[in-house]
Design a protein. Sequence first.
Length: 204
Amino acid sequence: MLLPTLSRRAFAAAAASLLAAAPPTRRAVALSNEEALKLEAWSRTAEGTLLPSGVRVIDVLEGTGPTPSKGERVYIHYKIYSKAFDSGEPVDASYFRTRPVDFVLGSPGAPLERASTAPPMPAVLAGVDLGVAGMREGGWRRLVVPASLAYGDDGLRTKSSRQIKPGESAFVDVRLMDGGSGRCDAILRGQGMRKSVSCERGKP
């Protein structure tokens, strides 16, 4: 399991101070907008952990669900930014498709299911695959992915003006929606629903 630079106790204390009077929650889906904004602000200057691969991992919130193993299917929501996190509109995001994307952990380059109108991202980035490893379901993690594990010398161009330039790192905001509980798998694959942002019946 990937460990953050801070111990769990120190991480909890930092989160608590950020949330002031409100008790810190460990479930990303339960965050209020105010709490999420405070954690986002904290994460922009957090050092995180530099993996041997060169991917920098910043654990914003640790989930409480299962931790997927290599070979298991995972569902994530993501936003990809150029230059820095929260730098305007994301270059690409799963929210554009109104559903999390799924892939088999440990298989970078595997095609992702996507809507025909979505910006091109034909495969899970190697850096995202490495960065998701060790997360617990419900967790929120931010990844600084070097170009060699992101879009390389090609970069990422979309129909809009947003892009990752050739040789640029990608700043990827990830939330692990299903890491083994089957909540997204049951709705999006088992029941064949094409759209579900939350992977919950009766909710968007």
